[in-house]
Design a protein around this ligand. Structure first.
Ligand code: MF3
Ligand code: CO
Ligand code: CO
Length: 249
């Protein structure tokens, strides 16, 4: 069952989303050579709480930190620790905050100093895929229109689409129906978007192979071939005319 939210619920999600957005913006200046992912995590935790929200990822299915910090070949769910960022790294931050019980989920990939052209393009194109996916959203469209639009961008540039991880509905819980794969699929063709549905759209692309595995910490998902990955995510609400980003300015 896909839940639809009323205006008040959307307002709460939008507040949580604004806090996440402001945090990711602040991080643009904080992500530099030498900073550790633990320091990033602690900054994020304080930031979220100072704005009356709760970092939803902490304790989620036992996840041990307040945000996810995934470096280079790590795709998602990297656990913050004492690893220092190096010049040339890319790092994806994935943040979920809740306000009065309503969640918003957003992610962005950052560069550390000067990075390779391949990494730079991967970042630009994964972000492009997020906005291509969003562009088809409106009441009456099929969920698969989003999936297909995202996949088309990956195909255009020859990237790997991570299949084990998907976007999702979101609201009173972090993950709700429906699953939103980043590739065209039959199940999504049967779902029609309706006003008030709140969705987290999140392309995850790798430079080369799409295969991933779980690292020994039991959380971090990494590409098997070691090629770098990028991740961009917004939480949106479907409207009559299109959509509204809840994790934006
Ligand atoms: N934010 C992730 C998503 O986009 C979920 C992370 S769950 C955690 O769906 F436990 F790893 F934090
Ligand atoms: Co996320
Ligand atoms: Co998500």
């Amino acid at each position: 069952m896909i839940s639809k939210k009323n205006d008040e619920e959307i307002r709460l999600m939008e507040y949580a989303g604004k806090v996440c957005y402001d945090l990711l913006e602040a991080m643009e200046g904080f992500i530099v050579k030498g900073v550790t992912t633990k320091e990033i995590n602690d900054y994020a935790d304080k930031f979220i709480r100072s704005r009356d929200c709760i970092p939803s990822e902490l304790g989620y299915e036992g996840y041990p930190a307040s945000i996810c910090t995934s470096i280079n070949e790590e795709v998602v769910h990297g656990i913050p620790r004492d690893r220092k960022l190096k010049e040339g790294d890319i790092i994806s931050l994935d943040v979920v905050a809740s306000y009065k019980g309503y969640h918003a989920d957003t992610a962005r990939t950052y560069k550390v100093g000067k990075i390779s052209k391949e990494k730079e393009e991967l970042m630009i194109h994964t972000k492009e895929a997020l906005y291509e996916g969003l562009s088809v959203i409106k009441e009456g469209a099929k969920l698969n229109d989003i999936c297909e639009a995202i996949e088309n961008v990956a195909k255009k540039y020859g990237y790997g689409v991570i299949q084990e991880l998907t976007g999702h509905g979101i609201g009173k819980t972090m993950h709700e129906d429906p699953y939103i794969p980043n590739y065209s699929n039959e199940e999504s063709k049967n779902i029609t978007l309706e006003k008030g549905m709140t969705l987290a759209i999140e392309p995850m692309f790798s430079l080369k192979g799409r295969k991933v595995w779980l690292l020994e910490d039991d959380w971090t998902i990494s590409t098997q071939d070691g090629s770098p990955a990028a991740h961009y995510e917004h939480t949106i609400v479907v409207t009559e005319e299109g959509y509204k980003i809840l994790t934006g300015e």
